[in-house]
Write a protein that binds this ligand. Structure first.
Ligand code: 9MR
Length: 347
């Protein structure tokens, strides 16, 4: 009996020590305060509920904000001549009030288009008007309040060619140049980005996208940065590939935004009802490596790193791929994971 009591006491002491020795409670730390560059998150207005753990983390851990969906064309411009400003206004006002840098995402994309654009029938000139009105109405509304825009998103395919989107079909490759020029006319102070995925793991796509952006820039088109999304996993791409991607963007003289960072644990879609300690540790090491490597780049190119979500349950990955996954810094209860602790304690 006395032995059992002693064991219980020792166990409780251990548990206690474990709790108090942990030095990474988000209440006591701010992730963004650790870096000279901005650290952002994606959010939707409905998630910013008063007194919620979500809201607390947004405010305490991040100093930049991207909208996950509310600025995409189907949400903000559902019908010709009709703009639904309410949700994006809420987000922009929130970011401005909190002194967070607002990053607009995304003006021109082939996905999440409203039907009226997908089905639009018109001459080239009429398509140009659609592009112009869409971009300029949005950028002008948020002039001075949204610091930067993903002007064109995911225009390249994996083989390094321009995607056959409606924009390409009706305006040819020129739609990219036009998009940047229209955005710049509406807000000459906004930083303008090209944003895409798989730029680390696919050098063909990376080189094509960077070359295209460089050619635009040489021709005087206002394009300031490249967003490398970095939807990566603990297994791939390699450090070498991610490093090559970061360096290539800077060497081409573009601001580098790691724009949609998450690190999947389960890219092969196995059954994974709970994450293993080993995988969580690998994830922590990779988050750490990405932040550390980013911090080593020339400061002038460090636009910032944006996490694509806060808690694992909010992530697009389990939903989109229909699998268990745990890609973010906080778990489904908004408790800090090993990755958050490693960033806070080791960097
Ligand atoms: O996270 C977004 C998810 O909620 C949407 O359903 C999805 C629609 O395609 O878009 C997700 O965000 C994407 C981003 O806008 C562009 N890069 C890829 C992101 C993940 O799909």
């Amino acid at each position: 009996m006395r032995r059992a009591l002693l064991l219980i006491m020792l166990f409780s002491l251990g548990a206690c020590q474990k709790q108090t020795s942990s030095n990474c409670s988000p209440q006591d730390h701010s992730l963004s305060a650790k870096f000279n560059f901005k650290v952002g998150t994606v959010a939707e207005p409905f998630q910013l509920q008063a007194n919620s753990p979500y809201l607390e983390l947004v405010i305490s851990q991040f100093n930049a904000l991207s909208p996950e969906n509310v600025m995409k064309a189907n949400a903000i411009h559902p019908q010709e001549g009709v703009f639904d400003w309410y949700p994006s206004d809420q987000l922009v006002d929130f970011a401005n009030d909190q002194n967070m840098r607002m990053h607009g995402h995304t003006l021109i994309w082939h996905q999440q288009l409203p039907e009226w654009i997908s089905n639009f029938e018109g001459t080239k000139e009429e398509w140009r008007q659609v592009l112009k009105i869409h971009i300029q109405t949005i950028v002008a509304r948020y002039k001075g309040r949204v610091a930067a825009w993903d002007v064109v998103n995911e225009a390249f395919t994996e083989d390094g060619n321009l995607r056959n989107s409606v924009w390409f079909q009706h305006l040819g490759a020129a739609y990219l140049r036009l998009a940047f020029e229209y955005a710049h006319e509406a807000d000459p102070d906004a930083l303008l980005f090209y944003n895409d995925y798989n730029l680390a793991q696919n050098p063909l796509k990376r080189n094509a996208a960077i070359r295209f952006c460089s050619d635009l820039k040489k021709a005087g088109v206002p394009i300031h940065g490249i967003g490398c999304q970095f939807h990566v996993s603990i297994d791939f791409p390699s450090h070498r590939e991610m490093d090559a991607c970061m360096r290539a963007v800077c060497e081409a003289d573009f601001l580098l935004h790691i724009s949609e960072l998450d690190i999947a644990l389960n890219p092969l879609s196995r059954s994974m009802p709970v994450p293993s300690e080993e995988d969580l540790q690998k994830q922590a090491n990779l988050y750490y490596w990405i932040f550390k490597n980013y911090r080593r780049l020339p400061e002038a190119y460090q636009y910032g790193i944006t996490l694509w979500g806060i808690g694992d349950a909010d992530s697009w990955i389990p939903y989109f791929f229909n699998r268990d996954d745990y890609p973010l810094l906080f778990d489904e209860n908004y408790q800090a994971k090993a990755a958050y602790c490693k960033l806070i304690e080791d960097l």
